[in-house]
Design a protein. Sequence first.
Length: 496
Amino acid sequence: MQRRGHLLLAILPLAMLVGGFVLLTTATARAYLDEHEIRRDQVTALNEANAALNLAHARIDAALYQNNKNIAIEDALAEGEDTGFSNVAGNTLKVLLVRDSSEVWVSQVANGWYQLDAVATVGSRRTHVRTLVRERDPFTRFGSFVNSHPIGIAGTPKGDIHANRVVQLFFSGGYYEDRVSARDGFEWLIGASEGNTTFDGGYDDQHPEISMPDFATIDALSQYGDGALTALLGANNPADYDIEVELKGDTYDLVAREKDGSDVLTSLGNDFPSSGVLFIDADIASLKGELNARVTLASTGKITLTGSIRYIDGAGEAIYQNGLSTDPDNEPYIPNPDYDGTAALGVVAVGDILYSHDISDTIEMNGFFFSSTGRFGLPGLSFTSDGRYATGWDSSFQKNSYRRLGGIATDRRIVSTVVNGSGTVLSGFQHGTSVYDKRLRAEPPPHFLAIDRPLFRGYRIVSGGGPEAGSGEDGAFKLLGKPIGQKERNAAATGQ
């Protein structure tokens, strides 16, 4: 019996040890389960915030426009509930939509730009995400846009491409990094097919028509002009003069030559208007030069390009190398690593924007060119009524090299070279390179023309964590105690 007593005493500490181990293991499991639940709630909260943000995108994207304003955004700013928060611009955040456990707020951060904040609560976790939306999308998002004629494309162009008629795709192996769309479908020509063409940016061959800005829209840009032409001409009629504009880096020259040769008026070394818009209520008989500024040049008539237009920085460095190369086969058109400027030019005309017959043999064009009723490119062209084919051209217009950085939007077909079936150049440039200026997608020239559709930019997770998430630092809001979503709003209203 005594020996059994010793055995019992020996077993009892072991039993206590095993019991302690079970308790320790249970607590660890509980902590693990709690951590797993927190992580699950965190992921679910992030998904819910993103879902709310996507719903806000869809609502804004589907909204109608009135006086160039998106009704979904404007209604929320005018009538939405005040959240009590302000953005970094000092503007109030208004409620755009409310879901069961999330909501989206909208606020203005700059002219035409708005901030969308989506906040969600799931269990013990709360997440805040943010994006920006531009109310209207500038035409500078297009590498090429044609309204009343087809547009022909091939190779590897950049920038969105759209035609309010047919997009004609030439040759096999086409690679389109950005979106290609057409109202009247695609036409596959000279070996091109859907099977040998890649649309990395997506495509839409039944896209709704995108309206071209009318004369009144372009004429309205006069409100931003500096009145330089009026000051130069006084009471004289602009129609009696050939107006010349030469860009001189940070300034510009304005010259008016009376068409009968009797008078020349000059205004040299002008600063660009603070608005960035140079408005000419007349044809521009000559446009050329170098630019180290952000400018929109608008004409209520037509424009003739008489020389290269090139971006330079303060040190005179060009934005691209070899723009004026006389040996384009061996000297590629590539970005200049030494360029550190921010130049951007938008050229807007009601009528044609065409090269002068006497333009140099080798030219470079930097900028986005827009013609609301005319076309861009070669002089002396005529087309069939549907714009599919050239019926006439100037065979004496024979040039060497054309290199362009920017984009083009026109009413009628864009043509810089006319070739026959064997590839012989009938009119235009023997060599050509066009590069889309991606900077213009996010930062168009000042007050540039736009279309009635929103543009969403950027995405950021602002904060995530417990109910107190949002420290008020780095753009986050102090959300502690703030009911988020209809469920929390109802609970707050009933005191539960």
